[in-house]
Write a protein that binds this ligand. Structure first.
Ligand SMILES: Nc1ncnc2c1ncn2[C@@H]1O[C@H](COP(=O)(O)OP(=O)(O)OP(=O)(O)O)[C@@H](O)[C@H]1O
Ligand SMILES: [Mg+2]
Length: 364
């Protein structure tokens, strides 16, 4: 898929930006603080319903002094179909639109797929489990139709059980049973879909990470589902109820799942250098994009924020090599045109103080 048009209003320093995009590589070049990352943030927002930046709360995204924020994207799919997605915010909540009608956030996100590597991406490897679950679930969501419904039902049951756990008055045990049955039923399905996804992801990880970090040897993917193996989740929840009552939340279930990557020559996360963490995270994102492409017949949009300051030249070249030729639309930012892109055909946009100029096309 590719974004053909991106219309941004009131996002950070981008008061009004109308960007037309084509095939292949697009580079957004400009000084620090010019608004380059904000362009990628707008594309990512359409595919995730949130920012990738840790300081990307909705309040911060809205341009200071502006009353509304909106992002529209026109997406051309491989089969020629065009999808028009939009997210707007006036006041507290997001208003999602698909093809001119009001839609759910899930509908918008399923229409538009963007993966983004950015300076915070190493958190996928070095950060908490939540980051890795989010990555996993985004991938599962796009390839398993049932996932969203199961996930919503699980979240609702979890919230209900947690509020019973925090109730100030004693709660009859029977009240827990229906929510625990729901958690168990939907949790088993989520677990099953996650395992199937990770199995399918592994060969792609071997290819992408293997190409970026061959010196680390074979990759092993570890996964823990969030409650003991061989046990029924409903039974575990019933057994854990007293403990959970004292903690005030549900301590077992798919919301506590964890996965990690280890290498033959770097068995622990702490064995990786900062750069290797970043490259592993990048390999995960590219593998997710490749799996998406193999299942959906089209690549997601791939964003690489600050490519040149994140990776050394050899690794920048390796990434560009992995992406060139697969037909993906790629959006890159940098204070200068990254060296490996100078010999390729690319659309170059100059970004200056929140203004995105019409592109020039460079060819080698
Ligand atoms: N809510 C906001 N309202 C107005 N301006 C904002 C808001 N949030 C951030 N900014 C400004 O918008 C700009 C954001 O730029 P962005 O992070 O996209 O820059 P960049 O071109 O990627 O820079 P760098 O090269 O430093 O990464 C900064 O100048 C920042 O001060
Ligand atoms: Mg930036």
């Amino acid at each position: 898929m590719r974004l053909e048009r991106l219309r941004i209003r009131g996002l950070r320093c981008l008061a009004e930006a109308d960007i037309e995009l084509g095939e292949g590589i697009h580079v957004f070049v400009g000084a620090n603080g010019a608004g380059k990352t904000s362009v990628l943030e707008a594309a990512f927002l359409l595919s995730h319903g949130r920012s990738f930046r840790s300081g990307g709360a909705k309040e911060v995204l809205l341009q200071r002094g502006a009353s509304s924020l909106s992002v529209f994207g026109e997406i051309r799919h491989q089969d020629g179909r065009i999808g028009r997605v939009g997210l707007g915010r006036e006041g507290a909540r997001w208003d999602a639109r698909l093809d001119g009608r009001s839609a759910s956030l899930g509908e918008v996100v399923s229409e538009c797929a963007v993966v983004c590597f950015e300076p915070g991406s190493h958190a996928l490897i070095a950060g908490g489990a939540e980051e890795r679950r989010r990555y996993l679930d985004w991938g599962v969501f796009h390839v398993e139709h049932e996932f969203l419904l199961a996930w919503r039902r699980y979240q609702r049951a979890l919230k209900q059980r947690n509020s019973l756990l925090r109730s100030n008055s004693p709660v009859a045990p029977e009240l827990f049973l229906s929510w625990e049955a729901e958690l168990s039923q939907t949790g088993e399905r989520i677990h099953f879909m996650r395992v199937r996804y990770l199995d399918q992801l592994l060969p792609h990880l071997e290819q992408t990470i293997g190409g970026l970090l061959p010196e680390l040897g074979a990759i092993e993917l570890r996964y823990r589902r969030g409650w003991p193996e061989e046990r029924d989740l409903a039974e575990v929840l019933a057994d854990q109820r007293d403990r959970d009552l004292s903690r005030g939340h549900t301590t077992q279930g798919v919301h506590r799942a964890e996965w990690s990557i280890s290498f033959e020559h770097a068995p622990m996360r702490e064995h990786l250098s900062r750069g290797q963490e970043k490259l592993t995270a990048l390999g995960c994102l590219l593998a997710q994009a490749a799996l998406f492409a193999s299942q959906k017949g089209e690549w997601p949009v791939v964003c690489l924020d600050d490519l040149a300051s994140e990776l050394d030249l050899a690794h920048q070249t390796a990434v560009v090599g992995q992406l060139a030729g697969v037909g993906a639309q790629v959006l890159v930012t940098g204070t200068e045109l990254p060296a490996p892109l100078q010999s390729l055909s690319a659309h170059v946009f100059h970004v200056e103080q929140g203004k995105v100029a019409a592109p020039a096309i460079i060819t080698s």
